[in-house]
Ligand binder design. Structure first.
Ligand SMILES: Cc1cc2nc3c(=O)[nH]c(=O)nc-3n(C[C@H](O)[C@H](O)[C@H](O)COP(=O)(O)OP(=O)(O)OC[C@H]3O[C@@H](n4cnc5c(N)ncnc54)[C@H](O)[C@@H]3O)c2cc1C
Ligand code: SF4
Length: 328
């Protein structure tokens, strides 16, 4: 059993207090939501914040609200993944997000784990998510305490994998993240929230947190999520695909396919454009799957044979696209 390092837990009840505490304590503090990822990472010595600022008591961060005038469904960052899977408005307007949330960990992780925590999840790597003893035997790595990458020999940038199931889904759905920090609130498209830097792959500024996610409600929208993992539960993705199509009069006017768990940034497949203008009943699934295979190259950053993960790219894309219009 790995012990937790000592820390002070701060539990403010308003967003203003959360922001003030994060600003006051700077790098000494971290946000904690459900704690299902942060605490195991602290046990492994991956980080050791002296203060954890809990957002669990901030009521305004919880819940799912349909905002008709804005044409969005707003999901508070502190909403549990379990609540996301059970929300009827999300299951009709944002099936990919519901399926992604349902694919996270096991029931306990989904009851404790939150959407905000999932979207801000640290990247993962087989050479990083290990105990201090294990990492020290290897001489550490670029992401923490070391100077080389064991995935890309001679590489100068960490390519640890975005391993959060919901990231690909919110990107494919064209969601917008609400952020709040010392400089006030701002909005950022989910497409711009992730960077290619595996050390820190989210575009949060110092002292900033995610307050909510706005998922657009679009007439004629269909979406789906597919995940590759060894076991049917608990496991992080070895590969994941979210697909979303907007259809008018039987014709696809917009299509997005996002592949994740490749490297630090989920990848929007350019070849998805091949489906725009096609009849929904005649979607060129094989061509889009081939384009995804050409564009996506999994790295040896997480478990699972790389060649197998690569071969599964077109398989998952085919499954996700094939389910978009299943059942009419
Ligand atoms: C055995 C096991 C299996 C798992 N399987 C999966 C899986 O299959 N798929 C998957 O995606 N995840 C998995 N997880 C990880 C985790 O359970 C989920 O990602 C969960 O959604 C994280 O949410 P949380 O609220 O617990 O986040 P926390 O652990 O509280 O926080 C995670 C990170 O996000 C930051 N953070 C939290 N909330 C905010 C916010 N509002 N604004 C800014 N930063 C914030 C924290 O500072 C921390 O860096 C697994 C974890 C374990 C232990
Ligand atoms: S990708 Fe390289 S630098 Fe990043 S965590 Fe893995 S081994 Fe370390």
């Amino acid at each position: 059993m790995l012990p937790l390092p000592p820390f002070e837990r701060l539990a403010p009840s308003t967003l203003a207090e959360v922001v003030a505490l994060l600003e006051q304590h700077g790098d000494d503090a971290a946000v904690i939501a459900g704690g299902t990822d942060l605490l195991p990472n602290m046990k492994q010595g991956l980080l050791a914040p002296r203060r954890l600022v809990s957002v669990a008591r901030v009521a305004s961060l919880r819940g799912v609200q349909v905002k008709r005038e804005a044409g969005v469904i707003r999901v508070g960052a502190m909403t549990t993944l379990d609540a996301v899977t059970r929300d009827p408005s999300l299951s009709s307007a944002a099936r990919a997000l519901v399926e992604a949330a349902r694919a996270v960990g096991g029931p306990h992780h989904r009851r404790m784990g939150t959407l905000g925590g999932n979207l801000c999840l640290d990247t993962r790597c087989r050479y990083y998510n290990q105990s201090h003893f294990w990492r020290s035997a290897l001489g550490f790595c670029l992401k923490k305490d070391g100077s080389e990458c064991h995935v890309v020999r001679g590489g100068r940038r960490c390519v640890a994998a975005a391993s959060n199931d919901c990231a690909a889904a919110v990107i494919a759905l064209g969601a917008t993240l609400g952020l709040l920090g010392p400089a006030g609130p701002r909005e950022l498209s989910a497409r711009d929230f992730y960077t290619a830097d595996g050390v820190r792959n989210v575009a949060l500024r110092p002292g900033e947190l995610v307050t909510h996610v706005d998922v657009p409600v679009v007439e004629g929208r269909a979406s789906a999520y597919e995940k590759l993992r060894l076991r049917g539960a608990i496991d992080f993705p070895l590969l994941s695909v979210a697909a979303r199509a907007d259809v008018t009069g039987g014709v696809i006017r917009d299509l997005d396919v996002v592949v994740s768990a490749l490297a630090a940034r989920p990848r929007r497949v350019r070849g998805a454009a091949l489906g725009v203008g096609a009849a929904a009943a005649d979607l060129p699934i094989d061509s889009i799957a081939e384009a995804a295979l050409a564009e996506c190259a999994p790295l040896a950053n997480v478990d699972g044979d790389v060649a197998w993960r690569r071969e599964m790219v077109p398989v998952l894309v085919t499954r996700a696209l094939g389910r978009l219009f299943a059942g009419g």
